[in-house]
Design a protein around this ligand. Structure first.
Ligand code: NAD
Length: 265
């Protein structure tokens, strides 16, 4: 593949003619991401187990003049994922971008997590990603594509009372690095975005703001990084890495910003 000969400029950001899949798109980061990809020109296939909010999102994407495929689906269900991808292929033809966003956890000490609870955490946060990657890669054109997995700051630090969730996010990060190497020769880029403190229905809205960047996060902060990684023009040489969209929290480590702008540990 050679570089696009047109000079880098505003038109480089257009995703017109691209097809993107976003999992867990009914609310929160997934919703903001699906809408942003559509606004930048992509046709979008979305899935979620929250059918009511997903249908509303599908209407909004159609209102933007984009094609949309929406499916009520639990991403832990391998057959359901295969059926959704077959429909996306039939309706949209191919896939350029996969955003593995569906995920989540529940607060519980490691010793209190049942076998069933652990299976659910592993399936939702890790195995579902493997289902989507295996299903989508054959649908990507010869020019390649972009696979983006939403991990977490917890993939990069401890997660007390979220130990299995954190471990699965770290597993996604590791998988991303290996896949970047395996899929690089096919020009498929594979990256993660690691959020923290983005107000959503899942994480809540009453988050204390102690980030080095002294404002609340927003789901569009993640969507912006997704658009960057989706664009071959903007991020065509970026693979196997993680973009941290966390207001500086990972860099802060144990440091916490006080109201006067100084820090304490
Ligand atoms: N919000 C944050 O600050 C934050 C921080 C770290 C990581 N993340 C990650 O970002 C992603 C999105 O988080 P969010 O805050 O928008 O969450 P959210 O709970 O607000 O939204 C998640 C969406 O995914 C869907 N979903 C979850 N499990 C599913 C399943 N098994 N099958 C189908 N749909 C499913 C939900 O129905 C919901 O629509 C998750 O992977 C989460 O772990 C978010």
């Amino acid at each position: 593949m050679t570089l696009d000969p047109s000079p880098l400029g505003p038109a480089s950001i257009s995703l017109a003619g691209r097809v993107a899949i976003v999992t867990g798109a009914a609310v929160g980061i997934g919703r903001a991401t699906a809408l942003a990809l559509a606004r930048f020109g992509a046709d979008v296939a979305v899935c979620d187990r929250d059918v009511e909010n997903l249908d509303e999102l599908a209407g909004e994407i159609e209102g933007l003049g984009r094609q949309v495929v929406a499916a009520g689906l639990d991403v832990r269900d391998a057959d359901g994922v295969a059926g959704f991808l077959a429909t996306a292929r039939d309706r949209l033809g191919h896939v350029d971008v996969l955003v593995n966003n569906a995920g989540g956890g529940f607060r519980a000490g490691f010793l209190d997590v049942s076998e069933k609870g652990q299976r659910s955490l592993v399936d939702e946060n890790f195995t579902s990603v493997t289902h989507f990657v295996r299903g989508v890669v054959p649908l990507m054109a010869a020019k390649g594509g972009s696979i983006i997995t939403i991990t977490s700051i917890e993939a990069h630090r401890a997660g007390p009372d979220f130990a299995v969730y954190s471990a699965m996010k770290a597993a996604c990060m590791s998988l991303t690095k290996s896949l970047a190497l395996e899929l690089g020769p096919r020009m498929i880029r594979v990256n993660c975005i690691a959020p923290d403190v983005i107000p959503t229905p899942g994480i809540g809205t009453g988050l204390g703001i102690h980030t080095p960047l002294a404002r609340a996060g927003h789901a569009d902060d993640i969507a912006g990084a997704v658009v960057f990684l989706a664009s071959d023009s903007l991020s065509g040489f970026v693979t196997g890495t993680t973009i941290h969209v966390d207001g500086g929290n990972l860099a802060a480590g144990g440091w916490r910003r006080l109201d006067d702008g100084t820090y304490t540990t």
